[in-house]
Design a protein around this ligand. Structure first.
Ligand SMILES: *Cc1c(COP(=O)(O)O)cnc(C)c1O
Length: 370
């Protein structure tokens, strides 16, 4: 699905040197690399504060803690997402309120958000799934009308840009009150272990986030609130510093590869190729097809036999997961999500795809007869 070794081999010298420098400096935790990476990511995103942390799940948890969300508060998020989003909501004893997604972009549906709002609603968490932005014009409008926080889960879309109805363009993750991301190795900007970050333009929220991610202290050994320990280590920061200058090139490559797949596969009648929203650049964290009238697990198995990996993101909607079953929801409540979970399949997508590899994958997909 990804080619991390191929990507590394092209920047090996820079990365090896960066790692060696950290090892020799012995500044393994909160070293200068972390501060410099923070600054460079702030410049790249054009956001006032970046707070690096240990992973994308922590980023969501710390963000929610920093906004002062309390047990019982309702947090609205998409039913079609990776589990981390709902997990931290549940861990903090907040109430996850799931809503359906748009059948074309797979992102949270604004009309469904409106219907889910109650007096207990405190926040909306749009997940910019598979690499493109949610409808942020609508999400921000609804949040403003109802005085809700917006936390953008940008783990799959770092580098994507959203253009508002008024023509203004912003990087995703910098639009809501807080944005979060993950540097898990296979993400569009991945390190060589775990990593994450939180973004905000709000000074007070930034201060809270820094304090909570650091054991609830802003002065050493004086703990004002209950916090957590969530740090990006210096070696990961050094790797990310080496890779950040290539992020746009990687994302452009992904877009071109997606375009190549789409041109070849759009004529296959049992497939629907991804829809690119006209207000968001798509950074194709995943290239996800909708299948029609075939058993996609058979397709997956067929491809696997031919040496082509393919994955189903995600086979089970949140409301049908054992851990998140809830009397409030039943099968049929989120028809779009349920349909997507039954029909989607993702093909290999990464910065190192060549047209030769893609031709092989395309040929194998087309030769599947169900
Ligand atoms: C990967 C991912 C996360 C979690 O990131 P980790 O660094 O693995 O904790 C959260 N949300 C989404 C949408 C993701 O894809």
């Amino acid at each position: 699905m990804v080619d991390l070794l191929g990507q590394y081999s092209k920047i090996q010298k820079e990365v090896d040197q960066a790692i060696l420098d950290v090892v020799r400096s012995s500044a393994y935790i909160n070293g200068p690399e972390v501060k410099t990476f923070q600054k460079e990511l702030e410049d790249y995103l054009d956001v006032k504060h970046v707070i690096p942390c240990a992973n994308g799940t922590d980023a969501l948890q710390v963000a929610m803690m920093a906004l002062g969300l309390k047990p019982g508060d309702e947090v609205i998020t998409a039913s079609f997402t990776y589990v981390a989003t709902a997990e931290v909501i549940a861990l903090l004893q907040l109430t996850p309120v799931l809503v359906d997604v748009d059948p074309n972009t797979f992102n949270i549906d604004p009309e469904s958000i409106k219907k889910a709002i109650t007096p207990k609603t405190k926040a909306i968490v749009p997940v910019h799934l598979f690499g493109q932005s949610s409808n942020m014009d609508e999400v921000m409008k609804i949040a403003k009308e109802h005085n809700l926080f917006v936390i953008e889960d940008t783990a799959q879309a770092i580098g994507a840009e959203y253009t508002f109805n008024n023509g203004k363009t912003q990087k995703v993750g910098t639009i809501g009150d807080v944005g979060t991301t993950s540097f898990f190795p296979s993400k569009n900007l991945g390190c060589y272990g775990d990593g994450g970050a939180i973004f905000t333009n709000n000074d007070d929220i930034a201060k809270n986030i820094r304090m909570i991610a650091n054991h609830g202290q802003s002065v050493r050994y004086y703990h004002d609130v209950v916090g957590v320990n969530s740090r990006l280590d210096s070696i990961q920061a050094a790797v990310l510093r080496a890779k950040l200058p290539y992020l746009d090139t990687y994302n452009t490559h992904r877009r071109k590869a997606a375009d190549y797949y789409t041109k070849a596969l759009q004529s296959v009648e049992w497939l629907e190729t991804p829809v690119i929203d006209n207000q968001s650049t798509h950074v194709f964290h995943q290239y996800t097809l909708k299948t029609k009238g075939i058993d996609r697990f058979k397709l997956q198995e067929y491809l696997s036999d031919q040496g082509v990996p393919a994955m189903v993101y995600y086979p089970v909607p949140l409301h049908e997961q054992k851990a998140y079953k809830d009397d409030r929801y039943k099968k049929g409540d989120f028809p779009v999500t349920e349909q997507l979970c039954e029909t989607v399949i993702s093909l290999p997508m990464h910065s190192e795809l060549t047209t030769e590899i893609q031709d092989y994958i395309i040929e194998k997909v087309k030769s599947f007869n169900n």
